[in-house]
Ligand binder design. Structure first.
Ligand code: ATR
Length: 300
């Protein structure tokens, strides 16, 4: 049984290590990682604050994941980010879980120490910060998808105080599993949850629609009818699309903006999960605007 105690967000970098000759490694493990903007974003911040850290992305196949983590720990890495498809594997690998990871069942940030790896999830905080400028009414939310990103989104919406959350997914069983795991804690504060198919109509008008599916990524285009349906559902609210697209708007954000709906893309979520991870890696407040500029430069 893992230790799920509340962990001090203690800095991984001890004072005295800052500025020394040997750079300390911070990793990113995923598959693929060739398109990722995280190294540009994190290295800009590491340099700006003279942390002595270097962020490197490594493509790692699922069967090599555990060996890669052991290798990073042996190299004295400060920590690592974890991206698709390894977040659940990382959850199983770490010795200790911060509550942010324990509740979502996914780890996107690991800090290494003598005691082993500690797993965190900064996606929830990233989603909460990204949706702030949309200032939606915290009443009804509709989440498209039921995978790992949907879990983080549902936790974020619960924390934001939404009263009613609909989960719309292609595969109903997956949405039901998510509901069982995230909505059955014995607490009267939990929002109501409704499961829908893509053909279904929610019993409420969403104040916020969150896309956590792969729809809109370059290799997964939206079926036109579904995009039309989703835009008509979002008319009374705002859109947070967890997808981000290089050098252009995502198809969902583009349609939303053209329909007069406020929308924010996954680039803001990437930024804010990254600023929370930076704080864990270094113990310092993240230079948000430097990180945003690095993302925008990498994305242009
Ligand atoms: P992530 O960790 O990024 O959430 P994931 O766990 O693989 O990735 O989840 C991907 C989500 O996108 C799922 O909700 C998936 O639907 P299924 O549960 O039915 O697989 C959804 N998804 C992926 N491709 C899709 C498509 N072509 N049409 C509709 N939904 C899709």
């Amino acid at each position: 049984m893992k230790n799920e105690t509340a962990l001090n967000q203690s800095p991984a970098l001890k004072t005295g290590e800052k500025g020394r000759n040997i750079e300390r490694l911070v990793g990113l493990l995923g598959d693929p990682v060739s398109h990722t903007l995280s190294p540009a974003m994190q290295n800009a911040a590491f340099q700006a604050l003279d942390t002595g850290c270097r962020y490197l992305a490594f493509p790692v196949r699922a069967e090599d994941f555990e060996r890669a983590m052991e290798g990073l720990a042996a190299l004295g890495a400060v920590g690592t980010n974890i991206t698709v498809p390894h977040k659940e594997r990382a959850f199983r690998w770490v010795r200790r879980l911060d509550p942010s990871a324990a509740r979502t069942g996914a780890v996107n940030t690991v800090l290494f120490s003598e005691e082993g790896g500690t797993g965190y999830n900064t996606d929830v905080a990233g989603i909460r910060t990204a949706l702030a400028p949309l200032s939606p009414r915290r009443n009804n939310a509709l989440v498209l998808g039921a995978g790992g990103a949907a879990r983080a989104a549902v936790c974020a919406l619960q924390d934001e105080g939404f009263a009613h959350i609909g989960i719309m997914n292609r595969t109903r069983e997956r949405a039901e599993t998510l509901r069982t795991q995230l909505f059955t804690v014995n607490s009267s504060k939990l929002p109501k949850c409704e499961i829908l198919s893509f053909e279904g109509t929610p019993s409420f008008i969403p104040d916020l629609l969150v896309n956590t599916t792969s729809l809109g990524m370059h290799d997964t285009p939206w079926p036109k009818d579904l995009l039309d349906t989703v835009i008509s559902l979002a008319k009374g609210g705002a859109v947070l699309d967890l997808v981000y697209a290089h050098g252009r708007e995502t198809p969902l954000c583009d349609r939303a903006h053209r329909s007069g709906i406020k929308a924010v893309s996954g680039q803001e979520v990437l930024l804010h999960q990254g600023t929370a991870a930076f704080k864990l890696f270094t113990g310092m407040a993240a230079p948000v605007e430097i990180m945003r500029a690095a993302l925008q430069k990498g994305n242009s």
